[in-house]
Ligand binder design. Structure first.
Ligand SMILES: C[S@@+](CC[C@H](N)C(=O)[O-])C[C@H]1O[C@@H](n2cnc3c(N)ncnc32)[C@H](O)[C@@H]1O
Length: 415
């Protein structure tokens, strides 16, 4: 296999190459998802194209690629298996008129007035486990009233409902005890938020609405489409072919996107119970939460799985590690790469000849075994007939020297 491997001299952690870069950037900063990638990476890959590109992101997440593509006048399509992220990305790439913005401002004022006067029946709190860990009683009461007021004041699917709901999502995190400073998410146990009901909490929501409106005023010029579906079969979901793929797939690191998104998903009704959350994680590539973990024990590699010496050696080392979970973890890693193998095979029908692909992905360690995701992707792309394959290191991921994020890039010639 001929793959260009770049050395990794002086790699830095570079917070500008993480989700942190997006938090103050208009619509990109509406809601944070820790594993979102940096808008800056995307811009470097798409901004220089003089002609309109058809850009595909098979792993939408918060819609970074689709929104950036739209701001640069490109056409884009993106897919995610998580309905909440599809809703969010659709909200982010939508066009909002000055009338929509004005209507949202008034709806915000009317909603807050209803809440202040308690002139609306609160919705029931969401069925999230241990809800008292998330919100102090007065914050929970405020959110239940506010949600009811938004529903009363706005029409279903209207721009006002969408924009106020995005702001509501920001506020529910601002008012929570959750600390989003680490991927695994923890709770502040020292200070339960306790605020003057109709002052501070109302002000937080009003500020969140202002932040959202500021981004909404900047309309993108390109056309984007966001689909709910499984990127192992993109041809069944999208229309036409693409000449550029820019994406950050799930990493093989046991990270659950559903877990981090729980508060939004329960409040907005996308999740009803823990079992649904586990099912969604099982449907997602690399998901490993609740029922997804228990199913891994019985999972076996399918016929036509990704057969790689590099992978098989890593799986053996993980399975035989001196730890009772070695076997399940080896199954987790095997399933991750078999799913990505299915994805790459499914990608080919939606690529134009000459299409460039960029997969922004990090490697992982399991016990002391390094899983070189970038090399395994490169191997899959080689087996499928891509050329010009490169693994370009972008940044160090954390203090562990060997954990690096790469841009795995290749060109599709034709079948
Ligand atoms: C690393 S995140 C993408 C982050 C995104 N680039 C952003 O900036 O927000 C990977 C995404 O892949 C989605 N995903 C996982 N398995 C999928 C599948 N089979 N089909 C489509 N999307 C999937 C997850 O729900 C998650 O949103």
């Amino acid at each position: 296999m001929s793959i260009a491997l770049h050395p990794k001299p002086l790699l830095r952690q570079r917070s500008d190459y993480t989700y942190r870069f997006n938090t103050k950037t208009g619509r990109h900063g509406w809601l944070r998802l820790t594993p979102a990638y940096s808008l800056k990476i995307v811009e470097e890959l798409i901004a220089h194209h003089a002609h309109m590109q058809r850009i595909f992101d098979p792993f939408c997440g918060t819609g970074t690629t689709a929104l950036s593509a739209s701001y640069h006048g490109h056409e884009s399509a993106t897919i995610d298996v998580n309905p909440f992220l599809v809703w969010l990305a659709q909200a982010k790439i939508a066009h909002y008129s000055p009338e929509d913005l004005a209507a949202t401002s008034s709806a915000c004022a009317v909603s807050l007035d209803l809440v202040k006067r308690m002139a609306v029946a609160p919705v029931s709190p969401p069925p999230i486990y241990n809800i008292e860990r998330w919100w102090a009683p007065e914050a929970l009461e405020f959110l239940c009233l506010l949600k009811a007021a938004i529903l009363q004041v706005t029409r279903d699917c209207s721009p006002e409902r969408t924009l106020l709901t995005v702001a509501f999502c920001r506020s529910l995190i601002d008012l929570s005890n959750a600390a989003f400073n680490h991927q695994s998410m923890s709770f502040r146990i020292d200070n339960q938020l306790s605020m003057a009901f109709d002052n501070d909490m109302a002000r937080i929501f009003a500020e969140d609405v202002q932040f959202v409106l500021h981004g909404a005023a900047e309309n993108p010029s390109g056309v984007g489409q966001v689909f709910l579906g499984d990127s192992r079969n993109p041809a069944d979901i999208t229309e036409g072919q693409f000449n550029l793929v820019v994406t950050s797939p799930p990493y093989a690191n046991r990270m659950s996107y559903v877990r981090e998104l729980r508060p939004y998903m329960y409040w907005l009704g996308f999740l009803k119970n823990g079992r649904d959350a586990g099912e969604l994680d099982w449907a997602a590539i690399g998901g490993t939460w609740g029922v997804a973990t228990s199913r891994l024990t019985d999972w076996r590699r399918p016929i036509g799985h990704f057969d790689s010496m590099l992978l098989n050696e890593a799986l053996d080392r993980i399975a035989l590690a001196n730890n009772k979970n070695g076997f399940v973890l080896a199954n987790y890693v095997a399933k991750y790469f078999d799913d990505m193998w299915a994805h790459f095979q499914g990608l080919i029908p939606v690529l134009m000849p000459g299409a460039a692909v960029h997969y922004i992905v990090g490697n992982s360690t399991f016990y002391d075994t390094l899983v070189s995701t970038e090399l395994l992707y490169a191997e899959m792309l080689t087996m499928l007939g891509f050329d010009a394959i490169e693994c370009r290191p972008i940044r160090k991921r954390n203090s562990k020297r060997e954990l690096v994020e790469f841009d795995v890039t290749a060109r599709w010639l034709s079948d």
